[in-house]
Write a protein that binds this ligand. Structure first.
Ligand SMILES: Nc1ncnc2c1ncn2[C@@H]1O[C@H](COP(=O)(O)OP(=O)(O)OP(=O)(O)O)[C@@H](O)[C@H]1O
Length: 277
């Protein structure tokens, strides 16, 4: 009924190193091919404890595919994925297969896939500030409340790594800021790593340590600029937003042809010159 993963990797029972900065997952040359088409190719990605890594990119760019391949939920065809032994993951996928005609309270949502004590459920809901909704039907929640309930579900078992696929989808601008503040708080309290997926190509969570722009391969990567330091961004986004959101500047050395293939920018400029001439 509901496809949420909160799991302990069963390959070993030791726990990943708890020190901040300890690596949690590392993918090298990660490539996924389906029906003769590369969905992602040669993606390198590393997430350490305490870090926020944000994946951005156009629709169909391979963000969810990358997350699923890293978590072992999707077979990859080339490359290598290392997960810390005993890694505990809290995953909120983009697509949830919920039967909306089935009566479901927030409390029930929290214990759908494994039995949870009332205290654990209340603690997790308190973390995301929606304890008062414990007996509310899931169908009655706003977009922001529903995302918070899913986040609570993902942090129930104190994950080492939180993977959040579009956690601000369907939330308005002020709700987006509140959600990012909350994710930052949860990251600090749990001392976990966060892999955040967003389709917004320009505005990202300011606390992201690394942003990867993905369009079937890594087009560019870097840290977001903290808008708080830039008065023009402050004016653009507002003072509150400026602390939470940052403008991501892309530095691509290539463009993509309509079929998705990579065109080096120098070649593209030459083609445009000859077209013009
Ligand atoms: N199991 C699969 N088999 C074949 N193609 C797939 C499979 N899963 C995803 N795809 C395709 O791979 C491409 C990348 O999909 P993916 O969901 O990873 O993109 P995304 O960047 O997360 O997109 P969005 O922002 O729209 O969520 C899409 O064209 C999708 O149709």
């Amino acid at each position: 009924m509901l496809n949420l993963l909160t799991t302990r990797d069963s390959r070993t029972d030791s726990h990943p190193h708890a020190a901040p900065g300890a690596p949690l997952v590392e993918a090298t040359g990660l490539s996924v091919c389906r029906s003769g088409r590369w969905l992602i190719r040669d993606v390198d990605l590393r997430i350490a404890r305490g870090e926020i890594v944000t994946l951005i990119g156009p629709n169909g760019g391979g963000k969810s595919t990358t997350a699923k391949a890293i978590l072992g939920l999707m077979r990859f065809d080339r490359g290598r994925v290392w997960r810390a032994p005993g890694l505990r993951v809290g995953y909120v996928p983009q697509q949830l297969s919920i039967d909306w005609t089935f009566p479901l309270t927030v409390r029930r949502l929290m214990s759908l896939t494994s039995r949870q004590s009332d205290d654990a459920i209340r603690d997790a809901l308190a973390e995301v500030e929606i304890t008062h909704l414990i007996d509310a039907p899931v169908q009655s929640l706003s977009g922001g409340e529903f995302q918070r309930a899913l986040l609570a579900r993902a942090i129930l078992r104190k994950p080492d790594l939180l993977v959040l696929d579009e956690p601000v989808r369907g939330i308005d601008f002020s709700g987006e800021i509140a959600m990012y503040d909350l994710i930052a708080d949860v990251r600090r309290r749990l001392n976990c790593g966060v892999l955040l997926i967003s389709h917004d190509l320009h505005v990202v969570m300011a606390e992201s340590d690394t942003v990867l722009c993905l369009n079937r391969h890594v087009c560019c990567q870097g840290s977001p600029e903290h808008v708080a330091a830039h008065s023009s961004y402050r004016e653009l986004l507002g003072p509150r937003a400026a602390q939470t959101l940052a403008i991501y500047r892309h530095h691509h050395d290539h463009a993509h042809a309509p079929d998705g293939s990579v065109v080096p920018l120098s070649e593209k400029a030459e083609a445009e010159d000859s077209d013009a001439g």
